[in-house]
Design a protein around this ligand. Structure first.
Ligand SMILES: *Cc1c(COP(=O)(O)O)cnc(C)c1O
Length: 425
């Protein structure tokens, strides 16, 4: 950091400020987390200097003595942890991993079926502005209007009618368990390839806090930086028959050289995720989300599906008098960071939706438990009420900062506090 300060004081100051922000705010965006110091050390290592197009033992450039060992170790850990036969750990992100799976399974114009974005699906599940919705014929399923739960009968009927070649099971804003067995039955009925996109819940799966798609889905893709708490990246796991096509789609189909520093950091994160303490972490994430949901409901927020089984809560804030965007902005000023989100069948526009999405992975990484979740829910209710009162919001932000000082996140050195921020690297 001293070198960075010398060479580029502007960027150094901004990184330091972001370190303080991540320390002193309650980060409730469900896709965010805190990577460990070990993961960040590997990310910032000399591995960023290497080129290694290809796969272990079949590289285009020389000098792969250590890179091959790192990538092989990462693959072995991924296969073991997820219980799948093959792993590709090179995708630069979750979106690229998904696109690689499309390339491995489909021809342009083929039909894919995924969850619609406004119901909780991801852009890359065939939404119309995404390459996945432009290059392929996309049909979209959603949740039931009455229950806001995935309607497996309706998904079955749609699959039989449209006969997609590939079905994607997975979501980015769905607070309940995804029934991979039900999806497998549907895929089998029409001979479709089943892909589970577990980007949000992969940490819960390896920690035993959400059922695994292993043995049910042909291909599983995930990000590595959400509940899994690794570096930013993506990963694809699959059955043996898909191994070759997946590898070819990632390289040379879509990418050039893999980010070897990220691969090493992912290997570290997978080792951490295999520890007993990670199982406890995954279960605590869910217990925390349930507790926060209950308290938010007591404060009058309408929760989509009435609650949660996983790491996230989706709430309709119009029931307490304001749509999602101004609520999320007021919460941010109070030191509580969330994102505005559509709710299923939202009558409002995507950029000005009815809801707010929040989650517990990052605060659980700080060691916060049920009592802290109740406190946070009370603060959320208070901030929403005081959303036009800047003095009250600033006072709340002070209380939040003080509270956060008692829960050091992973990755920060001993002795760090909001009053005494020291550079992390
Ligand atoms: C986050 C997410 C992705 C995309 O990951 P990026 O790393 O942001 O590209 C894909 N699918 C789902 C379900 C996600 O939640």
């Amino acid at each position: 950091m001293q070198k960075l300060q010398e060479v580029d004081p502007e960027i150094a100051a901004l990184i330091l400020a972001e370190e303080v922000r991540q320390w002193s705010k309650l980060r409730l965006i469900p896709s965010e987390n805190y990577a460990s110091a070990a993961v960040m050390a590997a990310t910032g290592s000399v591995l960023t200097n290497k080129y290694s197009e290809g796969y272990a033992g079949k590289r285009y450039y020389e000098g792969q003595q250590y890179i091959d060992a790192i990538e092989s170790l990462c693959i072995e850990r991924a296969k073991h942890l997820f219980g799948m036969a093959h792993a590709n750990v090179q995708p630069y992100s979750g979106s690229v991993a998904n696109l690689a799976v499309y390339m491995a399974v489909l021809q342009p114009g083929d039909t894919v079926m995924g969850m619609s974005l406004p119901h909780g699906g991801h852009l890359t599940h065939g939404w119309n502005v995404s390459a996945t919705g432009k290059l392929y014929r996309s049909v979209q399923y959603g949740v039931s209007k009455d229950t806001e739960l995935l309607d497996y009968d309706a998904i079955f009927d749609l699959a039989v009618k449209e006969r997609p070649k590939m079905i994607i099971a997975g979501a980015t804003a769905y607070p309940r368990v995804i029934d991979f067995a039900a999806f497998a039955t549907i895929a089998k009925e029409i001979g479709a390839v089943l892909v589970a996109d577990v980007a949000h819940i992969s940490g819960l799966i390896v920690g035993g806090a959400h059922p695994s798609p292993a043995g049910l889905a042909n291909i599983v893709c995930t990000t590595t930086h959400k509940t899994l708490r690794g570096p930013r990246g993506g990963m694809i796991l699959c059955d043996e028959p898909w191994a070759k096509a997946v590898d070819k789609a990632v390289f040379p189909g879509l990418q050039g050289g893999p980010h070897d520093n990220t691969t090493a950091a992912l290997a570290v994160a997978l080792k951490e995720a295999g520890a007993d303490s990670f199982r406890a972490y995954a279960h605590q994430i869910v217990a925390n989300a349930r507790t926060m949901a209950e308290r938010l409901a007591e404060h009058g927020f309408r929760l989509v599906t009435g609650g949660t089984d996983n790491h996230l809560v989706l709430m309709d804030t119009t029931t307490v008098g304001a749509p999602g965007k101004p609520v999320a902005q007021a919460l941010d000023r109070a030191g509580i960071v969330t994102n505005a989100n559509t709710v299923p069948f939202d009558p409002r526009k995507p950029f000005d939706p009815s809801g707010v999405r929040l989650g517990t992975p990052a605060v659980t990484s700080r060691g916060m438990k049920e009592p802290e979740m109740r406190q946070i829910a009370d603060w959320i209710a208070g901030a929403v009420q005081a959303r036009n009162d800047e003095t009250k919001l600033a006072k709340l932000a002070d209380d939040v900062r003080e509270f956060c000082d008692a829960f050091p996140p992973p990755g920060y050195p001993p002795g760090y506090s909001s009053g005494h921020p020291v550079p992390l690297i």
